[in-house]
Design a protein around this ligand. Structure first.
Ligand SMILES: NC(=O)c1ccc[n+]([C@@H]2O[C@H](COP(=O)([O-])OP(=O)(O)OC[C@H]3O[C@@H](n4cnc5c(N)ncnc54)[C@H](OP(=O)(O)O)[C@@H]3O)[C@@H](O)[C@H]2O)c1
Length: 328
């Protein structure tokens, strides 16, 4: 089968299309013919061994992914496709079923086929979505869900979502609305209409207004794009407020510290421990019209280098998708 492989950490050019052995499903596994798969910030970070995070983060990244070279040569986690074969004990899925989900840190989805246990974070694809849209559900959806649940949002609380146009941000705005809280979304001019359409109660254009200087305070500030800091956000948090992080080693240390000291908390827990139930939760929201994944661009699998370069600009709006075969 065709797959995107990489043998060493580095820039997008280390990625190449290769012929590799097609995996065979074990008794409890399904073989999925991948029709569409996301290229995520997680793929980019792993491919370059988190070089931009500094030496400590880079070391941690290599300890997880392989010290000298990547142990898993195929990236890609968030996928949608069709079941091509099932193991002897599989009951939930049958050949031909359309599915979506995440292989998480197993990666392996930038390929024509992948095997996953039926108990993995996969579910039947919502009928109202294309494969490309379904591949855009899990990166932002699962990560935002994980973070927002840690924040224990309850009405009539207020949340500010910073970086509301990214994969996590677009999902975060919609999920926060679903949890019944008042949402202020911060984004740039070009994405104001999009984040309004996702349900934000009010929007702030960060190119014109600094939300830390407008006198407003929130129960939760969700830094969905890893560009803010607790220090800058703390004055804009209400007493007992929580700063919800998605990135940065420093935030892990601040989360430990603030769990014991101070009234305002940093919340950051990695790796995210999302479950199959979470995938089913997102599917239900989509089918009832309360969540929609946002697709920015789609590329054929062969253009994985271009797609990765675009993700690296940190300017994608929602998700970038690789289409395999006829996609759809
Ligand atoms: N905790 C985890 O397990 C986990 C998992 C996945 C990702 N992450 C991290 O979460 C972060 C977000 O990932 P993502 O994939 O959602 O991001 P993304 O989709 O790459 O975010 C891109 C968006 O961010 C906006 N943006 C860029 N710079 C900005 C700035 N300075 N201020 C405000 N908005 C800005 C851009 O729109 P504008 O035009 O508005 O600038 C763009 O639409 C990344 O740091 C990623 O590494 C964490």
């Amino acid at each position: 089968m065709k797959a995107v492989v990489y043998d060493r950490y580095g820039p997008p050019d280390v990625l190449r299309i290769a012929d590799v052995a097609r995996p065979e499903p074990k008794d409890d596994e399904v073989l999925i013919k991948v029709r569409a798969v996301a290229v995520t910030r997680g793929d980019v970070h792993t491919r370059e061994a988190n070089r931009k995070g500094g030496p400590a983060v880079m070391l941690l990244s290599r300890l997880v992914s392989g010290v000298r070279r990547p142990r898993q040569p195929i990236l890609g986690s968030e996928l949608a496709g069709e079941v091509a074969a099932v193991g002897s004990s599989v009951t939930e899925f049958a050949v031909g079923d359309a599915v979506f989900g995440s292989s998480g840190f197993r990666f392996g989805a930038h390929a024509e086929f992948i095997c996953l246990p039926e108990s993995a974070r996969i579910a039947h694809k919502p009928a109202n979505l294309s494969f490309e849209e379904a591949a855009a559900i899990c990166d932002g959806g699962l990560n935002a869900l994980w973070a927002l649940r840690l924040a224990r949002l309850t009405p009539p609380q207020t949340i500010l979502v910073y970086g509301a146009s990214g994969a996590i941000g677009t999902a975060g705005v919609q999920l926060a609305k679903h949890f019944g809280v008042d949402v202020t979304a911060v984004t740039s001019t070009r994405n104001l209409d999009l984040v309004r359409s996702l349900g934000a109660d009010r929007v702030i254009d960060y190119t014109r207004e600094d939300f830390t200087r407008n006198g407003q305070a929130y129960d939760v500030i969700f830094d969905a794009v890893g560009k803010e800091s607790f220090t800058r956000c703390a004055p804009s948090l209400k007493p007992g407020g929580r700063y919800l992080a998605t990135d940065g080693l420093g935030n892990l240390l601040r989360a430990v510290w603030s769990s014991r000291f101070g009234d305002k908390k940093v919340i950051f827990s990695i790796p995210p421990r999302y479950t199959k139930q979470d995938v089913l939760f997102l599917k239900e929201l989509i089918e009832s019209g309360r969540f929609r994944p946002v697709v920015d661009r789609s590329y054929p699998l062969e253009q994985v280098v271009e797609a990765s370069r675009y993700v690296e600009t940190e300017q994608k709006v929602g998700n970038v998708i690789l289409v395999i075969g006829s996609g759809g």
